[in-house]
Design a protein around this ligand. Structure first.
Ligand SMILES: [Zn+2]
Length: 129
């Protein structure tokens, strides 16, 4: 017997791939929208150097920092989603990056971009701390 229960069927993999593609589209749209908003915040008038504009500046900076944090989270997720799609393409999707065992269908359905099984993921997170 091979490890049937650790790897995905074609139908399951296809379903997760569709989920990842949809998520990728959503993230791209969010990132595009964030970029557009940032551009519209830029001063468009010729009097941008006017001293009165300066007191508004710190609020804008704060606003942008919050936005950037969201955008960078979206960006990180997009990178992970793309990596998962590549792993589907090269056939390594669903295998734990560290131990090579199946990541598990339930875990992948909850988090299709997961690269590791639950055990290795928590070890990896401990290492990062
Ligand atoms: Zn593992």
């Amino acid at each position: 017997m091979t490890h049937d229960n650790t790897f995905l069927t074609d139908a399951q993999r296809e379903q997760l791939r569709a989920q990842l593609e949809a998520r990728k589209e959503q993230l791209l749209q969010e990132l595009n929208a964030a970029q557009r908003d940032n551009l519209s915040l830029l001063p468009s008038r010729g009097d941008a150097a006017h001293p009165d504009d300066r007191k508004e500046h710190s609020e804008d900076m704060f606003f942008n920092t919050v936005r950037d944090a969201e955008a960078s989270r979206d960006h990180d997720e997009l990178v992970a989603v793309r990596a998962a799609l590549e792993r589907i393409a090269d056939g390594s999707y669903g295998e734990c990056l560290d131990c090579g065992q199946g990541v598990g269908l339930a875990r992948l359905q909850a988090q299709p971009q997961a690269l590791r099984c639950v055990g290795c993921q928590s070890k990896a997170e401990t290492r990062l701390k």
